[in-house]
Design a protein around this ligand. Sequence first.
Ligand SMILES: Cc1cc2nc3c(=O)[nH]c(=O)nc-3n(C[C@H](O)[C@H](O)[C@H](O)COP(=O)(O)OP(=O)(O)OC[C@H]3O[C@@H](n4cnc5c(N)ncnc54)[C@H](O)[C@@H]3O)c2cc1C
Length: 464
Amino acid sequence: MSTPRPAARHAERLHAAISGEVLAPGQTGYDQARQAWNLAVDQRPAIVVVAESADDVARAVQYAGPHGLRIAAQGTGHDAGALEPLDDAMLLRTSRMRGVRIDPAAGTARAEAGALWQDVTVPAAEHGLAALAGTSPTVGVAGYTLGGGLGWLARRYGLAANSVIAAEIVTPDGRCVRADADSEPDLLWAVRGGGGSVGVLTALEMRLYPVGELYAGDLFFPIQRAPEVLDAWRAWTDAVPDEVTSIGRIMRFPALPDVPEPMRGRAFAMVEAAYLGDAGAGAELTEPLRRLGPELDTFATIPAPALGQLHMDPPDPVPNEGDGALLTGFPPAAIDALNAVAGPDADTQLTSVEVRHLGGELARPAPGEAGQPTVEASHLMWAVSATPSPEVAAAVRRDARAVKAALADWHASYDYYNAVEVQAPASAVLPAASFKRLQKIKGRYDPDQMIISSHPVRPGRVAA
Ligand SMILES: Cc1cc2nc3c(=O)[nH]c(=O)nc-3n(C[C@H](O)[C@H](O)[C@H](O)COP(=O)(O)OP(=O)(O)OC[C@H]3O[C@@H](n4cnc5c(N)ncnc54)[C@H](O)[C@@H]3O)c2cc1C
């Protein structure tokens, strides 16, 4: 296959300017470089830049503008399903920029934009510190944090985005800037939950928390007990302290060799929980759930980085689809509605339908300004599945839509940014006031819409 000439020319010129790789369609390495973690997404950018450093990012951005290339920044590609087609764009991969520095005295971490959560949680734990990582250790720090970041410590310490204290960003006009409490307040606001539409992030600084060990685990019940288990879990969450973050879940494990034997090919109702406290108090707290008689109980005291295994997210790239909705409540009628479309008798292709308990610190306005200052909902529903074929993908999309529709009476006014893994505008995944401010910031920093992000925003008018 011959290389299209403009792309090859871009590759040649850019290659001379940066230390990372530049690949055009048809060149060896292009297919590997364009591959997203979500294997269902076949992104075919005009050119791929694999940056080694913030300088590379700046030079790539400086090149893109004058040459009419739009830019999509990507670390892992976990959220590639939410992006618009990249045919005329530069895919700017930060996957080689994984440097992490922990400052134990300050209780902070600085992570380069390509770092995965495991790159932060493991070295932080050596100092008795924990980061606000999500359920998967291989999700990227950048994309997760830009979209809010709901993890196992969320009810105690809030969204990961609201623990960001500084960000290093290359703006669409090619400047390297630092956004912190004293400079570029709009950019810092956007990074704290407003998504990645106003520049290319090269590093983030965040607060860490003094968490060494937790009492955490999963309870497995046969799926036939889903109505009773979800009901009991929801009632239990009414009284738990902020130190408990938990999930009620319906899970259908595929009959694949890498699924542990007790779960392989079986379906369960589950409760997963993490408690910031010792095993004695944790066992007492979880006793009402244990009294239901789970078939399997994995609760134990674990080090903070081991939280990355609790939710059993796929460690390696898979084709997948998912969608979610913030809920203003999860009363018995909502539980019935969920069971009708995902419970024991439902005909569904969804591997996992979960409901996360929110509230606690998530409901209190974060100190400092932020794109997602609070989460205006009590629960988050999230439905996902692997999609080994286009037929399964279509069925999964249909079934995720059905779960969302079944819970329509309890939908909040917007969806959770990170849980909407399909194309949707920023207006659908941010509070209305945040969306308006983001439009203005986009108008100021990226009036020509150079940056392509998941959940795009059109620039608003900037006051003269
Ligand atoms: C298995 C799995 C588990 C998950 N668990 C959780 C969870 O527990 N909690 C939660 O909140 N979310 C969770 N998510 C959702 C996840 O946080 C989002 O998909 C997130 O966008 C992934 O970030 P990434 O950097 O890995 O992905 P990418 O696809 O690389 O990035 C996602 C988007 O972020 C933006 N972006 C990334 N890097 C940059 C950059 N350098 N500069 C500017 N913009 C950038 C871009 O818009 C990009 O499209 C999970 C997703 C999966 C697949």
